[in-house]
Design a protein around this ligand. Structure first.
Ligand code: 5GP
Ligand code: ZN
Length: 112
């Protein structure tokens, strides 16, 4: 989608700190980290919100990719959180689905 921020990041039109990429998913560090580790895993296909997502395999891959990266970065054993915000009340600000992965500190629950 041409006017989507995350589609532009995938296309390399906007720079990011890339962590991982394959045919289906793309992962990069969040520009405004809320924890010592905070990265996003997104599908390469443009999907606006979780309400528009129907591909269970792809959604599962987002989660498993986050887990693999957390292990590689060394904070998986201590623990971490994955979360996807949906629409306004969920706190979604970028309308291309993305799984947040936060770690490296004690995380409060429920999140603010
Ligand atoms: P949301 O609020 O939609 O769940 O999360 C959007 C996330 O994208 C936020 O945590 C925000 O910091 C991050 N973000 C917004 N713009 C950019 C950007 O240009 N680059 C990167 N790396 N992250 C971004
Ligand atoms: Zn997009």
């Amino acid at each position: 989608m041409s006017d989507c921020l995350f589609c532009k990041i995938i296309a390399g039109e906007i720079p990011c700190e890339k962590i991982y990429e394959d045919a289906d998913v793309f992962a990069f560090h969040d520009i405004d980290a809320k924890a010592p580790y905070h990265f996003l895993v997104i599908p390469k296909k443009h999907i606006a919100t979780l309400n528009d997502a129907h591909d269970a395999t792809l959604l599962g891959k987002l989660i498993l990719t986050a887990s693999k990266i957390a292990k590689q970065l060394g904070f998986a054993q201590d623990g971490y959180r994955v979360a996807m915000n949906c629409n306004e009340r969920g706190g979604q600000t970028v309308y291309h689905i993305h799984l947040h992965c936060l770690g490296g500190r004690d995380l409060n629950w429920p999140p603010g």
